[in-house]
Design a binder for this molecule. Structure first.
Ligand code: SIN
Length: 281
């Protein structure tokens, strides 16, 4: 077995692990991946060639997988895979828009659920030559940098996360009645404790509709202030995709978004799996 390499991607977060084949990972290597995941929050595995079955099998080693309520994005044969593609499967041509506009704004995956995401894995099958990056913001660092008055103010506050609100806000069609019934709004603390590191995390997301107990104007102002603070460049790492990359990140301690690209000229086909985590406390 080749020697395990872990190279930092930036001073803020992230590491790449070249030479790893996610389709054939020993238990020993998997333990090293898990340890690196906790340490670096974001991992890159370059040059992968994995089938949907192999992506699902690797993701399952981290925990239970989400079958997303938005069935229009599910892979037809593998419902655990959420297809983020601007290429029409029937014609093979680009569709001229990004598939899920909500992913272009800062969010933490599945924060609209009682048990949000622990980890997300994206497999870049076709990736753009310009734009279409994925950006990550470090929510432990963002919390640390808040002043004491704000830390005190946020303690005990809960935010309501609502997928339907966040989708319509981004210009996507409203969810169906059945989808809404499966994902009623849910409240989570604005500050959560990371279950593995014990660190306090600022838990915000575009899925938040409002902060409980605050007037709407006060809630909007607070959420805007927190998002502007947390996404300053000093907390953000941008990743430029290469085909064959698998990225895997911790949704409990980061938020992320995709950046714009030319959706007519560039092809961006990504398979996503999401591992469900704990109820935030
Ligand atoms: C996501 O929001 O889960 C996907 C982000 C991306 O497409 O870069």
């Amino acid at each position: 077995m080749s020697e395990l390499q872990i190279r930092p991607l930036s001073a803020l977060m992230g590491a790449e692990m070249p030479g790893i084949d996610l389709a054939a990972l020993t238990d020993e290597r998997f333990a090293a991946v898990r340890e690196a995941f906790h340490r670096h929050k974001l991992l890159r595995f370059p040059a992968q060639r994995i089938t949907p079955e192999q992506q699902i099998a690797f993701s399952r080693r981290l925990g239970e997988l989400q079958v997303h309520v938005l069935d229009q994005y599910r892979h037809p044969q593998h419902p655990e895979i959420y297809v983020l593609s601007n290429v029409d499967a029937a014609t093979g041509r680009t569709i001229g828009h990004h598939p899920d506009k909500g992913t272009l704004t800062w969010h933490s995956d599945l924060s609209f659920q009682r048990r949000p995401a622990l980890a997300t894995l994206l497999y870049g099958i076709e990736t753009p030559s310009a734009g279409g990056e994925t950006q990550f913001a470090d929510m432990a660092a963002a919390f640390e940098a808040l002043d004491d008055a704000m830390k005190h103010r946020l303690a005990g506050l809960r935010a309501v996360h609502d997928l339907d609100v966040s989708r319509t806000r981004m210009g996507e069609p409203p969810m169906t009645e059945a989808q809404r019934r499966q994902t009623p709004p849910v409240a989570h603390p604005l500050l959560r404790t990371h279950p593995d590191t014990g660190k306090t995390i600022l838990y915000i997301s575009r899925h938040v509709s409002h902060v409980e107990g605050l007037a709407r104007s006060e809630s909007d102002a607070l959420l805007d202030q927190l998002m502007a603070h947390a996404t300053q460049s000093r907390f953000v790492f941008s990743y430029r995709w290469q085909a064959g990359d698998v990225l895997m990140w911790d949704n409990r301690s980061t938020i992320h978004r995709a950046t714009a690209y030319d959706t007519s000229a560039e092809r961006r086909v990504i398979h996503r799996t999401v591992v469900i985590g704990d109820v935030p406390v």
